[in-house]
Design a protein around this ligand. Structure first.
Ligand code: PXP
Length: 245
């Protein structure tokens, strides 16, 4: 099975919202990604609606034909939205208003109660639940015990270690990801990965056997500025297929 490629189209909405126009439309971007071979579309509905908005979520749900992964915080507001929209997967992420992007994984222990409420709703509604966590064995075990179907491993630290002169750190981060992924697989969890991935650094991540899905946003939208979105998705697909085990 090839590693599933889910494209996060948030930053198409970032460009749109910068001017308050109706273009570029994240829904159109989603269709281009699907045509270029993406296996799914990911969108993060943040509390402050800085990029994706409620109407985008409704339109994505109504029209995309691949897998729809809705990322959100484990709040009562987002629980109600997910229950109404019924995405294929909901990925619970930590969220802080001041952050530029999602920094670090969920504190599963601290948010245990909110996650349990989300999982209970999702089971009733037939939605898969993925928890976005760091490469931490305790978090993997807790995710499993709370009934998650999948974990998504935060690859931000690995991506930072891909900068020049950090080879040792890079190997260390890959090892941490591999160990957490293996534990998750042993527990019967599906394993995804994401954050900061690019066509240049994704190879070593998808070479980690248990990882069956990657969620990639910022770099592919950045590549699209120069090569077009369809080509950017295709290049990512090629980079993944070259390394996936
Ligand atoms: N996965 C999760 C859970 C995320 O929160 C994000 C960022 O919204 C991504 C993947 C994509 O990260 P990037 O935009 O850096 O590719």
């Amino acid at each position: 099975m090839p590693v599933r490629l889910h494209i996060n189209i948030d930053h198409v909405a970032t460009v749109r919202n910068a001017r308050g126009t109706r273009y570029p439309d994240p829904l159109f971007a989603a269709h281009v990604c699907e045509a270029a071979g993406a296996n799914g579309i990911t969108a993060h509905l943040r509390e402050d609606r800085r990029h994706i908005k409620d109407d985008d979520v409704d339109r994505l749900r109504a029209s995309i034909t691949s897998h729809f992964n809705l990322e959100c915080a484990a709040t009562a507001e987002m629980r109600a939205i997910a229950e109404r929209v019924v995405p294929d997967t909901v990925t619970l992420v930590p969220e802080r208003r001041q952050e530029r992007t999602t920094e670090g994984g969920l504190d599963v222990a601290a948010q245990r109660h909110d996650i349990e409420l989300f999982v209970a709703m999702a089971k009733r509604a037939g939605i898969r639940v993925s928890l976005f966590i760091g490469a931490d064995e305790a978090a993997v075990e807790l995710a499993h015990s709370l009934g998650a179907d999948q974990i998504e491993l935060h690859t931000g630290e690995y991506c930072h270690a891909c900068e020049p002169g950090k080879l040792g750190e890079r190997a260390h981060e890959l090892e941490r990801l591999a160990q957490a992924a293996e534990l998750a697989r042993t527990l019967g969890l599906e394993v995804a990965a994401g954050h900061g991935l690019t066509r240049h650094n994704v190879g070593s991540v998808v070479a980690i056997g248990p990882i069956v899905e990657v969620n990639i946003g910022h770099s592919v939208i950045a590549d699209a500025v120069f090569m077009g979105l369809e080509q950017a998705v295709r290049e990512l697909r090629t980079a993944i297929d070259r390394h996936a085990r």
